[in-house]
Design a protein around this ligand. Structure first.
Ligand code: SF4
Length: 733
């Protein structure tokens, strides 16, 4: 008998609602849920491939341990937990707490249980060497929020469903389906802006999928968005369109920043950004005159050399034009769970409270930049990293200079990975602990509801029960925490009490914590009988979701500075602005090109390449080269190029296209699966190359220390005449 159940796709930030057909203990079909109040039936190819992911024969089903020959052998959960914890504790006893590092992949924020139990694991480890995928792509956004609004989790998001002018800089929401902008089916939402007479303007060195669907594409030079945005704010000021009423009532530091904006004329920004002054001036006027407008920066900006200043500049533009907190502008959502409050509670809200040992790069929201991992493992001394725990991540393919990290991992004393697959990183692990499949987990909207211009609350039970010998992600993280002497809260005496209680049969679940957070949150019932407020049970009874309405809450609930004002001139950001003002316009050496990344809708960073439907068709791991650059370097479409950066030289297939602007080449990240043939048969059959063999772990943005992955200097030349392997070389090899 087939039963239809509700579920939510947790593969990306969009969180689309599913209906799944279940026969016995198996899911047999997946489709979008038309009644879901959030996604209204939308799904993307990745979401529909969740069924193939669930069934993938290459996915790990039981814990494994590496033997002396380097092969993975099955072990029981108890063996895996005991031995892994014993070895981690031994390293910490001998070398100190910071000798164990952790790396959390993006799913840690997709799954509410994993998010909450991340704190449990880190509370048990108490290491300063915690890092994550977020430290690779979002720290400039978090730090700008920290300085301007007082919390890393206080992030303004574009009110896409009500705006008349969407200025999207360095984002590709048609492919990502929104990032720090949780709103599924971005294609329909952007179309709707144009249909109601509004404009969508995309600023990007590449004519992305979003740019193709936009009213206008502005091909900026990689890494130079800050100049363009500052000049736009300058024009708004010069033309007398500043919202002085908002600035006087809600901000401080205006005079300091106004003075600095005066330095950014469109003519100056043209020299820096490669965008004509007349275009900058026109964009600024359109932005200020539109009935509503919003500037939104995303990954392409965060990953560039001026990531934090550019994010700051976009927020300044929203403020000067009176768009912060305004309908159709940059709004602060009010979800059912108070995410900034939660972040503070678990110590994940802050900046530069400590720095990495070797290079002195600052932490953001509890994580040091991921690019420090290899050097922290290689450099002797107190605090040298000798053990690593990874959760749902593949930093060998997703962090810069991945080959350096791959060389450092086998030298660790112990490595423990929580992962569905043996991948390019986990193949070095001593133990791999695989969580259950995607349909056996419950789901509550927690983290990403904080980025939804119109948040919802959904609480869905697992579509199928997990088998007795399977574990959910959070159970694995919590059990590791217990075995390392911690517990669910990360607070020592409380965790001691939890450890005692479980000896008598009490078992903690994140559901208790989430229910408490909802009941004490902005819409909660406060535990009052008869209250109309929300609680976990009410959420469970509405599997299509509870719509919490548009973000018409103003800004007061998301300003955490004591005076309740937005800080327009935080000293560290002003310092960075001054540094940018003093810097000379970018100069390139003859023959030098700038490498940027790109993403495909069927790709989910480095994983899901083992699912045939998602990798079918033409090779997507190609180097995009503009026809002018191709002609100059003698490259042909379908040929092979030698791509050379400071750290690596290797061969790449070429695709000649005017999608990239002249002087820019583009390579997707997340490929390079040649080393996992034994464990991922589909992915390794079309391995591609890893873009992060060329990106440089020593190239970092100057405020938060995040890796510069867009705008990496490279050279290309035709490879056809050269011997196939003679050119592969990595610095230090
Ligand atoms: S956009 Fe695709 S991958 Fe993302 S949640 Fe929706 S179905 Fe899943």
């Amino acid at each position: 008998m087939t039963i239809t159940k509700h579920h939510v796709c947790e593969l990306c930030e969009a969180g689309c609602g599913f209906l799944v057909d279940v026969e016995g203990r198996s899911v047999t079909a997946v489709r979008g849920n038309d009644a879901d109040v959030f996604s209204r039936g939308f799904t993307c190819p990745k979401g529909l491939a969740a069924l193939a992911l669930d069934r993938d024969a290459d996915r790990l089903r039981t814990p494994v341990r590496r033997d002396a020959l380097g092969n993975f052998q099955p072990v029981t959960w108890d063996q895996a937990f005991s031995e892994a914890a014993e070895r981690i504790l031994a390293v910490q006893r001998k070398h100190g707490r910071d000798s164990v590092a952790s790396y959390m992949g993006t799913p840690v924020v997709h799954k509410h249980g994993a998010l909450l139990m991340r704190g449990a694991l880190l509370g048990a480890l108490r290491t300063k060497n915690s890092t994550s995928a977020g430290s690779q792509d979002t720290s400039p956004r978090f730090v700008t929020s920290y300085f301007m609004y007082g919390s890393t989790m206080s992030n303004p998001v574009p009110d896409v469903d009500r705006t008349q002018y969407f200025l999207c800089i360095g984002g590709n929401p048609l492919v990502s389906n929104g990032s720090v902008l949780t709103a599924p089916n971005m294609r329909a939402r952007l179309q709707a802006i144009r249909q109601r007479g509004g404009r969508v303007v995309v600023v990007d060195p590449r004519r992305t999928e979003t740019a193709r669907a936009a009213s206008e594409h502005v091909a900026v030079l990689p890494g130079q968005d800050a100049a363009l945005l500052l000049a736009m704010a300058h024009v708004v000021v010069e033309s007398g369109r500043v919202d002085h009423r908002f600035i006087a009532a809600h901000t401080r530091g205006w005079e300091d920043v106004r003075r600095r904006l005066s330095a950014w004329s469109p003519e100056r920004a043209e020299r820096q950004s490669g965008v004509a002054a007349a275009v900058i001036r026109r964009l600024a006027e359109e932005f200020a005159e539109a009935p509503s407008s919003v500037a939104y920066t995303r990954l392409g900006v965060c990953n560039s050399e001026s990531g934090t200043v550019a994010t700051f500049a976009a927020d300044l533009l929203n403020v000067v034009a009176g768009r912060l907190g305004a309908p159709g502008g940059a709004v602060f959502p009010k979800p059912a769970v108070d995410v900034p409050g939660l972040a503070r509670m678990v110590g994940a809200d802050g900046f530069a409270r400590w720095k990495s040992r070797v290079r002195g790069l600052p932490e953001t929201a509890g994580d040091v930049p991921a690019s420090v991992l290899a050097e922290e493992m290689e450099t002797p001394g107190q605090g040298q990293v000798r053990a690593l725990i990874t959760y749902a991540g593949n930093p060998v393919l997703t962090t810069p200079n991945g080959k350096r990290l791959a060389a450092a991992l086998p030298k660790l004393d112990v490595m423990v990975s929580v992962d569905l697959y043996v991948n390019e990183t986990t193949r070095h692990a001593s133990f791999i602990l695989p969580p259950c499949g995607p349909f056996s987990e419950d789901h509550v909207d927690v983290f990403f509801a904080n980025f939804a211009p119109r948040p919802v609350l959904r609480w869905l039970e697992p579509a199928v029960p997990r088998a007795a010998d399977e574990r959910e992600d959070w159970e694995i993280l919590l059990e590791l925490a217990y075995r390392l002497g911690g517990g669910p809260t990360g607070i020592r005496p409380v965790d001691f009490a939890f450890r005692q209680a479980r000896r008598f049969g009490f078992h903690f679940t994140p559901a208790t914590l989430v229910d408490f957070a909802i009941r004490t949150g902005p819409y909660g019932d406060r535990f009052l009988p008869g209250s109309k407020g929300l609680n976990g049970d009410k959420a469970r009874r509405c599997p299509d979701g509870i719509d919490l309405g548009p973000s018409d809450h103003g800004i007061a609930h998301r300003i955490f500075h004591r005076d309740g004002r937005v800080d327009l001139a935080p000293s560290r950001l002003i310092e960075a602005l001054d540094e940018l003002e003093r810097a000379a316009p970018p100069a390139r050496r003859p023959g030098e090109l700038l490498l940027i990344g790109r993403r495909d809708i069927r790709s989910n960073n480095s994983w899901m390449h083992n699912l045939p439907k998602l990798v079918a068709g033409r090779d997507r791991c190609t180097l995009h080269v503009h026809p002018e650059d191709a002609a100059r370097e003698g490259l042909r479409d379908g040929g092979v190029a030698i791509l050379e950066s400071r750290i690596h030289v290797g061969r790449v297939p070429v695709e000649v296209t005017d999608e990239v602007r002249p002087g820019v080449v583009s390579l997707p990240h997340g490929f390079g699966h040649g080393a996992v043939a034994a464990w991922q048969r589909v992915a390794s059959a079309q391995p591609g190359v890893s873009a992060n063999d060329w990106t440089d772990d020593q190239l970092v943005e100057n405020v938060v220390g995040q890796s510069i992955l867009n705008g990496v200097p490279v050279r290309v030349r035709a490879a056809d005449a050269e011997a196939p392997r003679s050119v592969e070389q990595t610095a230090g090899e």
